[in-house]
Write a protein that binds this ligand. Structure first.
Ligand code: 5GP
Ligand code: MN
Length: 357
């Protein structure tokens, strides 16, 4: 297989990392398995290289991901001042699983305030190249965790060569340890929706290597997919049974989770992870939209299958973006009762423009 990560980029990243001690890893809002998997793995890896590492995410980490870390993770909201104080000594920022600083909302202020080099490790289209000193970004790869995995192997080789030649003091790194491997596998597994999409030859090689490293695959699988609360399964019954609307003329489905239903089912972040995919199991549903009501914003999740893509739709109508078949965004100023109508109308317009272009 040809190399996944360009060796000269890996060297640049290695040299930057070797020139500092305090590193800040930054993830995206509403952190998912890939965001937490890739950052916790990178924290473990850089710690082995002798760095002092903190992780910062803009918003709360759902409970189902807490098994991935023991050391605390900084959460920018609602404590921006505290996070700025704790990350004051940062000498290098590594952004993971997002492609531009505007994606992390007000946490961008913290990153921009730090006048230090930045590395991007990501797998989204069109990264904002001007914002980063080293850009390690590939789209034909399952996840940021997979990008991180291949980068770590390159860096390990450079590091071990430096030890062997006496350029650096320390011990040869034989393999990625269990915590790092578990985080990387989890990030890849969740971003591929359990090996359902965005799976490439390199993805299976990574999975196979991590299994050989001795990770407990059953434990990871169980922790992510078999450890929900009862309310989540009941909520799924409501959403698919009573709430889901399908417009077969568009080949699209819409589910809306308002605050009244959230209360009824004792909803918390993470409970709806993966639910947007369910309507796509219906033969003629090609696009699925999922809308969650928050205080002043509606969170949008979009998925598609076959030849249909949704990242353009997310950018044009939902203030967002993402991958071709998994995208998201946010809506402001639209009453929640109107969101379904807005979704189907936007999609109708989007499809008609696509066919006339
Ligand atoms: P999810 O539906 O799982 O929240 O998000 C799916 C994908 O859409 C994410 O991996 C991310 O790439 C993208 N995405 C979600 N929310 C936003 C957003 O607010 N802005 C942008 N640019 N992308 C988003
Ligand atoms: Mn990702």
């Amino acid at each position: 297989m040809e190399e996944v990560i360009d060796k000269s980029l890996a060297r640049k990243a290695y040299e930057l990392i070797g020139s500092v001690h305090n590193v800040l890893l930054v993830g995206h809002p509403n952190p998912d398995g890939d965001c937490i998997g890739s950052t916790t793995a990178m924290r473990g890896f850089l710690t082995e290289l002798g760095c002092n590492v903190k992780i910062l995410v803009p918003t709360r980490i759902p409970e189902y991901l807490h098994f991935l870390y023991k050391e605390p993770i900084l959460q920018y909201n609602p404590d921006p001042e505290g996070c700025i104080e704790k990350s004051r000594n940062t000498e290098l920022v590594i952004c993971m699983d997002f492609n531009k600083l505007s994606r992390i909302d007000n946490a961008a202020q913290l990153v921009e305030g730090l006048k230090v080099p930045r590395i991007l490790i990501d797998h989204h289209l069109n990264p904002e190249a001007g914002e980063f000193d080293v850009l390690i970004s590939k789209c034909d790869i399952s996840s940021a965790s997979e990008v991180a995995y291949w980068l770590m192997l390159e860096i390990m080789e450079l590091y071990n060569n430096d030890i062997r030649s006496g350029k650096k003091q320390g011990k040869i790194m034989e393999r990625l340890n269990m915590e790092i491997s578990t985080s990387l596998y989890t990030g890849m597994m969740t971003d591929t929706n359990n090996f359902d999409n965005s799976v490439y030859p390199s993805t299976y090689i990574m999975a196979s290597n991590l299994l050989s490293n001795g990770i407990d695959r059953d434990f990871i699988q169980w922790s992510i997919y078999n450890a929900y609360r009862e309310n989540r399964v009941r909520l799924m019954g409501y959403l698919t049974g009573e709430n889901m609307k399908i417009d077969y003329s568009l080949g699209a489905s819409c589910m809306t989770l308002g605050s009244d239903i959230q209360q009824k089912y004792d909803f918390s972040d993470g409970d709806t992870e993966g639910m947007v995919n369910i309507p796509l199991t219906i033969k003629d549903v090609m696009i699925s939209g999922f809308f969650t009501q928050y205080n002043d914003v509606i969170r949008v999740s979009l998925r598609s299958k076959g030849k249909y893509t949704v990242n353009g739709l997310a950018a044009k109508y939902f203030n967002g973006g993402g991958h071709p078949r998994a995208a998201g965004g946010r809506l402001y100023g639209i009453p929640f009762e109107k969101v379904e109508e807005y979704f189907f109308n936007s999609l109708r317009e989007y499809i008609s423009q696509m066919t006339t272009e």
